[in-house]
Write a protein that binds this ligand. Sequence first.
Ligand SMILES: *Cc1c(COP(=O)(O)O)cnc(C)c1O
Length: 355
Amino acid sequence: MKKHNFNAGPSILPREVIEQTAQAILDFNGSGLSLMEISHRAKDFQPVVDEAEALFKEILEIPDGYKVLFLGGGASLEFCMIPYNFLIKKAAYLNTGVWAKKAMKEAKNFGDVVEVASSAADNYIYIPKGYAVPADADYFHITTNNTIYGTELKKDPNSPIPLIGDMSSDIFSRPVDVAKYDCIYGGAQKNLAMAGVTFVIVKEDKLGKAPRTIPTMLDYRTHVEKGSMFNTPPVVPVYSALLTLRWIKAQGGVKEMDRRAQERADMLYNEIDRNKLFVGTVKEEDRSRMNICFVMKPEYAELEKEFMEFATSKGMIGIKGHRSVGGFRASCYNAMPKESVQALIDCMQEFENKH
Ligand SMILES: *Cc1c(COP(=O)(O)O)cnc(C)c1O
């Protein structure tokens, strides 16, 4: 039976990216060696990093003055590297969920942290609006897509100070106004690559301002100077990221990814709103296109387990909601074909007809 992969992360990747990565693991570029057993300094590997950076810049239309890094440690390490490198006195954070809170917690080790607004009291079912960003803070940190709660900013907000964005779960799903940001980062394992690599887009002239000694590995300047090759980068994940970038470009870039994301989200939210059994958990205007969260309506609550089993029997994978929301979460990242979304919709309709 065909499996439809709605995993929240690590998650679906284009089939050809998986096949080409597998091929490179057997024989990289006809070298007779596996990608796993070559030096990251081998003449064949430098072009991988160079092309991955060039494609990042091309696809996202990154202006001059920014460097793209491929690091280890996940988005979670960036939560600490961001304030280490950018927080001089005070930083502003928008509290839109678990990841935002974790980012804020790390920043508190380095200076004043202003929580500009929060939707915690309502279990993060919306993105706060109408807040004021303090103009004297060093940066304004946002999580553009909240993977757990299924809310998404979808537009780069206006801010009197530079933005820093955690784009772990929506990178390359829409055009981004990179010029508004001093830094954009994310773990690659949701929308870009296999787990193991973290991407960082950083504005070079904003580095070196923080009044503290930064450990070498946590200083972005180290990695900027060495082109992500200060130490051994995660070779295979970087290669898989490059393959996904080539795939995105060949499909039509972020414009096409944007169109597909909207199409998938429209299909699935329309069904959630129409189906008598289900209800969405997020305020309509803030619904994420990447992580679509829904629960049984209260009067059908006892059917949750049965639907889970039914959907699983039809090949749906990874639709169990995060424990802090419950119900269901269908993650629909860039590589998700609309046929899989249709299969989930068919499943919801068939289940509705049974009840
Ligand atoms: C998954 C996720 C993280 C954590 O990423 P790691 O790479 O596992 O550290 C951070 N932020 C967001 C928005 C995420 O979805």
